[in-house]
Design a protein around this ligand. Structure first.
Ligand SMILES: NC(=O)c1ccc[n+]([C@@H]2O[C@H](COP(=O)([O-])OP(=O)(O)OC[C@H]3O[C@@H](n4cnc5c(N)ncnc54)[C@H](O)[C@@H]3O)[C@@H](O)[C@H]2O)c1
Length: 439
């Protein structure tokens, strides 16, 4: 008998050879790259980043349990890496540097007592291949997923980039966690999910109503994705942390926030750059509930802007100006270590599930109190004028942080003076952010 023009024995030998080579390709791929990460959707928009992996993760860092920190070169991520190393973990940072600098990783290494426990991979969280290489190179017990775009104003003009990056990144990371049996996940959410609800916000406060920008929507949708993922994968333990208004910098003054390009973050107090370019005005009709205090206290303090405009001085607050719950970035970073410890106990007890936790101080600070704290820290007078309210701004926003306290054993320790002093130290030591040469 002949098959495809070949005699039956020849065809059988050829078929066996093909089977062996396909099997060996598959096995060696699995050995080299680990299990393939199932795609969350067949309709993935291609991402543009294709930079090299500049530093593959090290396989050994003693007995330290290793945590993958996506976005670990960024503002909150870099401070969290310092705390994780101090708490005895090893860290793999995965960051595409879209809003950060490798210098932040270098500075973090100088700050910690075990720099060898930090690996840095330049790569995109939406890249399944990079995630596979990272997660198959060393056992990771947990993932802290910071990587996201976060500029509110930019999200309004580039909504698809925000949905693609923030949600595509999350689904890829979750698929990787599942493929590599990583049972602990911490997600960076935001108080912006509370939209126009009435403060103080508890975790039971309604979310998703009155969110005014795509960035906030990505956090709200991300929480839904996490919930559904966890329902399908109940052995995984997830902490969804809702941050209030992170500001400040490490007390050393060597790491802080240094956004790339023209900053248009909603938190101008923590914008540490001293560019001459005026930052983009936030569209007044779209001003979010978490609208910033007048930008930028720091810029006025360093003499870049002549005067500050305080938007609204007739609110029903003690001094008439709007109040927000500012939280020191180091307190926030410590909250992540507490969350990882909490999750690891859960996983050890065979319990999965999601806990949503507010990370805020529980107190509201007014615009004028912020100005005073900055004057005290900088030793300079900050000239300001009182302007009208902006549409969309609410008088006061603050967290009820009781759950963080009881569940994680976490409480914010630093006050507004610490935030201003540390911010000021970072800005004064690093007028050009991470581009400043360190003495
Ligand atoms: N800073 C705030 O005011 C605030 C408030 C609430 C929530 N959050 C959330 O906390 C997280 C960290 O915020 P941050 O202030 O440190 O921001 P950041 O921009 O300083 O850090 C985010 C990091 O993620 C990286 N990144 C972004 N997209 C990536 C991708 N696709 N692949 C790999 N890396 C990527 C960036 O390069 C950056 O280093 C974000 O998820 C943010 O939305 C921040």
């Amino acid at each position: 008998m002949r098959i495809l023009g070949l005699s039956a024995p020849v065809f059988r030998i050829l078929a066996i050879c093909c089977l062996i080579s396909f099997t060996s390709i598959y096995v060696s791929r699995s050995v080299l790259f680990g299990p393939s990460i199932p795609k969350a959707s067949g309709l993935r928009v291609p991402f543009s980043f294709s930079g090299p992996i500049i530093e593959p993760p090290e396989v050994s860092a003693g007995d330290r349990p290793r945590v993958l920190v996506t976005g670990g070169a960024g503002f909150i991520g870099s401070h969290t890496v310092v705390e994780l190393i101090g708490a005895g973990y090893a860290v793999t940072i995965l960051d595409n540097l879209v809003n950060s600098s490798p210098e932040s990783v270098a500075r973090v290494r100088k700050l910690v007592d075990a720099p060898e426990a930090i690996s840095f991979v330049r790569g995109d969280v939406r890249d399944e291949g990079v995630l596979s290489r990272v997660l198959s190179s060393a056992r990771h017990v947990a993932i802290i997923h910071f990587a996201a775009l976060k500029a509110v104003g930019e999200s309004i003009s580039r909504p698809l980039d925000y949905y693609e990056n923030n949600l595509g990144g999350l689904t890829t990371v979750l698929a990787a966690a599942k493929a590599y049996s990583i049972k602990q996940i911490v997600f960076s959410s935001s108080a912006t999910v509370y939209g126009n609800a009435q403060p103080p916000f508890t975790e039971a406060t309604t979310v998703g109503m009155g969110i005014t920008n795509p960035y906030g929507q990505t956090k709200y949708i991300a929480e839904i994705i996490l919930k559904d993922f966890n329902l399908a994968n109940p052995s995984i333990a997830i902490a969804c942390l809702r941050y209030f208004n992170p500001v400040g910098a490490h007390a050393s003054g060597s790491i802080g926030e240094d956004p790339q390009g023209i900053p248009n973050n909603i938190m101008p107090l923590c914008v540490p750059t001293l560019h001459d370019t005026p930052i983009q005005e936030f569209p007044a009709h779209l001003t979010p509930v978490f609208a910033p205090p007048p930008r930028s206290v720091q810029r006025v303090a360093v003499g870049k802007y002549p005067k500050l405009t305080v938007h609204g001085s007739d609110y029903d607050t003690p001094d008439g100006t709007a109040q927000r719950d500012y939280i020191h970035v180091v307190d926030l970073a410590k909250g992540h270590v507490k969350a990882i410890k909490f999750l690891s106990k859960r996983v050890a007890a065979g319990v999965g599930g999601t806990e949503v936790v507010n990370l805020g101080t529980g107190s509201a600070v007014s615009v004028l109190e912020l100005v005073k704290a900055f004057e005290k820290a900088s030793g300079k007078t900050i000239p300001y004028t009182l302007g009208p309210r902006r549409p969309g701004d609410v008088p006061a926003v603050w967290a009820d942080p009781a759950k963080a306290n009881t569940l994680l054993g976490w409480v914010a320790e630093k006050n507004i003076d610490d935030m201003a002093a540390d911010s000021w130290r970072w800005v004064s030591n690093n007028p050009e952010g991470y581009a400043t040469t360190q003495q």
